[in-house]
Design a protein around this ligand. Structure first.
Ligand SMILES: C[S@@+](CC[C@H](N)C(=O)[O-])C[C@H]1O[C@@H](n2cnc3c(N)ncnc32)[C@H](O)[C@@H]1O
Length: 158
């Protein structure tokens, strides 16, 4: 059975539709904020959604054995961790370690970042991951140059 770990609960419902249509039925959402989990839990109940487990977990210090996932999706959590004023470099390294621990070999990691460019993310995840695909995101132009305000990449664990 395909397993998916979601690190971006507020977006979980759009991903859930997509994943459910693609055959995923074993989905786990985590956040270290109990109120984020509580809110998501009440929405899941209201919507009558099943096959999604919610857990309060610090991704940098996983308390239970979260592993064996085929896909991990993040929108904003790596960004939040990167902006932590307390030893962000070490925390980013720990994030990559945790990601490696939860994903199966050949598993996919989808990241959407408003903080990092494609090149920077390639560097952050260069150990143990390779770029599988870059997803299209809105572009803008300024001063004769164009760029993306958001980066969305799919990595595969090697
Ligand atoms: C910027 S918000 C992104 C929310 C949503 N995905 C979005 O795009 O609007 C970052 C989320 O990551 C969670 N978070 C930050 N550090 C975390 C950690 N170490 N472990 C688990 N969740 C964390 C925060 O509680 C917050 O809900």
């Amino acid at each position: 059975m395909l397993q998916c770990l979601i690190l971006e609960l507020e977006m979980v419902f759009s991903w859930l539709n997509l994943l459910a249509k693609s055959g995923f039925c074993n989905i786990t959402g985590i956040d270290y904020s109990p109120s984020a989990i509580q809110l998501s839990g009440s929405i899941i109940e209201k919507e009558g959604l099943s096959n999604i487990k919610l857990k309060v977990e610090d991704f940098l210090n996983l308390s239970t054995k979260l592993s064996g996932f085929h896909i991990c999706i993040d929108k904003g959590t790596f960004d939040a961790i990167s902006l932590n004023p307390d030893n962000a470099i070490e925390k980013r390294k720990q994030y990559v370690k945790s990601l490696s621990g939860v994903l199966n070999v050949k598993g996919f990691f989808l990241i959407t970042s408003c903080n990092w460019t494609k090149e920077e993310l390639l560097d952050e995840f260069s150990e143990g991951f390779e770029l599988f695909e870059e997803l299209p995101t809105p572009t803008f132009s300024f001063g004769g140059r164009s760029g993306n305000s958001v980066t969305a990449l799919v990595f595969q664990k090697t």
